[in-house]
Design a protein around this ligand. Structure first.
Ligand code: ADP
Length: 689
């Protein structure tokens, strides 16, 4: 074909081929032969080109497919990239601008990506002011080409504070930091959880360190792992460090104690309120109570004992003392001569002593746990509820009640009952002291009867006394008249016939005058006696004033005898003034009258308080009284001396007795013959009744 094409071309350029020379013809033939050969080659080439084109087409198709897939993958990756909570960024250090930033950053910071692109300093502005120094330090590290991982707080656009973690990778070129690639994570929740853990760890640590209870951890073989200050102190060590070299085994008082403890712990894994005695550094016993648990260390697989303990040494000592004192009290209660009955808040018996059992004839076993009112009469049963209420209100009281003995006998008892409350003020029962007053009651009844009889007799006596007083008054009053008549006639007789009859008659006349004078005095004294307390009202009497009056009245006698009278500071009392004056006067007169020969009388009037009474004494240095007569002298007209020895009628002290009794007091005398006498009398102080 190429041959024909060539012939045509030659003809076109060189005219009729007939005209071509044979050389040319031969040349053309040669060339066209070569062309035929070339044609074949071209055909070959064409087919291989077609083959390659086909291959290329297929390759292209494959490439197109792969590109599509890559596109999809890229899209997927971008989607994921923007969906993850992490933020990615690339920042050019030289231009201080972001090259790239993922949507994650937007979520984390709350600012749009554009904001970061527009404001290259925004990333720094959002950092919490307190945490900026962290970043400043980190940036320095980055310039040295070292990758950093840091966490700090940021303040988001909505003003909330969040914790973020930034992993920054420096890109260095020519030894200079040119770019930073980084990943940002919001770790607020994680950080808060961490902070919580730190807080709780801190809390537990301070609980451990500051606990008043001793806390420790040891291996099962006793190697001390940790302990707190309280533990060290309890055992007498200065600090936990000092104990770190100690094996727990050595802190037990005996090896057996430790072995028993380990055996119990292995059995139960946990021990509660385990009491044991440990040994302090100085060898003293330390009584403790502890809770211990045994667990396996997850890291080492070792068995660990963990204990928390309290020092109960003092409590134990207290318990011993308490037990001893309880024992003592129990003995006292048991041997008490009064019945003791204790009940709980439900009226059930919790304790009863020996004496109480004796009183009602039951054994303790028959009474314990039973209600007290079961052993009492019907009245007690009726008031039992009310009694409990009164005790609950804290009322203590003493009342009479009746118990019934096992044999059915009624026992009159006086019950003194006190409520018992616990430390928190809750009513816990009552304690009763029971006295068997059956006999006393009987005696009381008898006493009442005899009192009634006595009262009757008293009234009778009073009546008779009054009659006697009236009689004495009437007698002395009526006797006065005839005595006065006798007296005047005797005087007349004496005046007219004295010295006219004979000596004997004169003597008799003198006796008659003397006797009638004495009779007159006696009758007057008797009249005075019957009048004591008859007319006056009680009033306040200043005893000092009374005595001053007495001294003034007795001036002559005092002066003649050179008597010295010493007065205490005497009180103002309530009484009958005239009678009281007479009382003091009689006693002072007697003290002067019954003085020792050639000895000046010394009289001392004193007073002291004796309960509701004033106790007066009038002491002298006179002749004294024989002990035989100490009582007799207070009886009317009783004298120890003749009239010629010491004048008087023997009624003075009876007056005194009557006056003292009028003031509800008593009078008596103490005396040593030849040395002096002390008259005592008491006067009731009315203001104190
Ligand atoms: P009188 O003084 O009139 O004899 P009293 O009744 O006053 O009667 O006393 C009775 C007796 O008690 C007296 O006679 C005297 O023996 C004795 N007596 C009284 N006071 C004293 C006194 N101070 N010292 C010694 N004897 C006394």
């Amino acid at each position: 074909m190429l041959n024909k094409l060539l012939a045509q071309q030659v003809q076109k350029y060189f005219g009729d081929p007939e005209k071509l020379s044979a050389e040319a013809d031969a040349f053309v033939n040669a060339v066209s032969g070569s062309y035929d050969h070339l044609d074949e080659k071209i055909k070959l080439l064409e087919s291989s080109v077609a083959e390659y084109a086909d291959k290329l087409n297929r390759l292209n198709e494959k490439l197109l497919n792969e590109t599509e897939e890559l596109k999809d993958a890229h899209n997927e990756l971008s989607r994921i990239f923007n969906q993850v909570n992490e933020g990615f960024f690339t920042r050019d250090i030289l231009t201080q601008k972001y090259i790239g930033m993922s949507v994650g950053c937007e979520k984390i910071y709350g600012y749009s990506i554009e904001s970061f692109f527009e404001n290259s300093g925004l990333w720094y502005e959002v950092i919490h002011p307190d945490d900026r120094k962290i970043i400043d330090a980190d940036n320095l590290i980055l310039t040295k080409g070292v990758q950093i991982k840091t966490s700090y707080r940021i303040i988001r656009k909505d003003n909330t504070t969040r914790w973020i973690e930034v992993k920054a990778i420096p890109v260095i070129a020519d030894g200079k930091l040119v770019r930073v690639d980084g990943v940002v994570n919001d770790i607020t929740e994680q950080k808060e959880a961490e902070l919580k853990i730190i807080d709780s760890e801190r809390g537990y640590r301070s609980l451990f360190e500051q606990n008043l209870a001793g806390i420790y951890q040891t291996t099962i073989s006793g190697k001390m792992l940790t302990c707190n200050q309280a533990f060290a102190h309890m055992l007498g060590y200065a600090s936990p460090q000092e104990l770190m070299h100690t094996n727990m085994v050595d802190l037990y008082y005996t090896k057996k104690d430790r072995d028993d403890f380990i055996a119990a712990l292995k059995d139960h894994k946990k021990l509660y309120n385990y009491e044991i005695i440990l040994k302090q550094k100085n060898g003293n016993p330390l009584h403790i109570i502890e809770n211990i648990s045994l667990f396996t260390d997850l890291m080492t697989g070792e068995e660990i004992c963990e204990g928390i303990m309290l020092d109960i040494t003092e409590r134990k000592k207290g318990e011993v003392l308490l037990k001893q004192s309880e024992e003592r009290y129990r003995q006292i209660l048991e041997t008490a001569q009064e019945g003791i009955w204790m009940i709980d808040d439900n009226n059930d018996t919790t304790f009863i002593n020996k004496k109480m059992c004796e009183i009602i004839g039951y054994s303790p076993a028959e009474i314990m746990g039973k209600k007290i009112q079961l052993f009492m009469d019907a009245d007690a049963n009726k008031t039992a509820k009310e009694q409990v209420e009164r005790r609950k209100r804290g009322i203590s009281e003493t009342y009479d009640a009746k118990f019934i003995t096992k044999g059915g006998r009624v026992i009159d008892a006086s019950i003194s009952v006190n409520p018992v409350f616990d430390d928190t003020g809750i009513y816990k029962g009552a304690l009763s002291m029971v006295t068997d007053i059956t006999k006393r009651k009987l005696n009381e009844e008898l006493l009442q009867k005899s009192e009634a009889i006595l009262d009757l007799k008293n009234k009778e006596l009073q009546r008779k006394n009054k009659e006697l007083e009236e009689f004495a008054y009437v007698a002395s009053h009526d006797l006065q008249e005839p005595v006065r008549t006798i007296n005047s006639f005797v005087l007349l007789l004496n005046r007219q016939y004295a010295g006219r009859i004979d000596e004997k008659a004169d003597k008799y006349l003198h006796f008659i005058v003397d006797s009638s004078n004495r009779m007159k005095t006696l009758i007057n004294d008797l009249l005075d006696y019957s009048r004591i307390g008859g007319k006056h009202e009680m009033e306040r009497v200043a005893c000092n004033k009374i005595l001053r009056d007495v001294i003034a009245d007795l001036y002559k006698a005092i002066n003649d005898s050179s008597a010295e009278i010493i007065l205490d500071d005497l009180p103002v009392i309530k009484g009958y003034p005239t009678e009281l004056k007479q009382l003091f006067q009689n006693l002072v007169i007697n003290a002067i009258k019954f003085r020792k020969e050639n000895v000046s009388p010394q009289i001392k009037v004193s007073v002291e308080r004796a309960g509701n009474y004033w106790h007066f004494t009038v002491a002298d240095n006179g002749i004294g009284i024989a002990s035989l007569h100490l009582e007799r002298i207070f009886v009317i007209f009783q004298r120890l001396h003749t009239h010629s020895e010491y004048p008087g009628s023997g009624i003075g002290l009876s007056h005194c007795k009557k006056i003292v009794e009028l003031h509800h007091g008593k009078i008596w005398v103490e005396s040593v013959q030849g040395e002096g006498s002390t008259f005592h009398f008491t006067i009731l102080e009315y203001d104190h009744i």
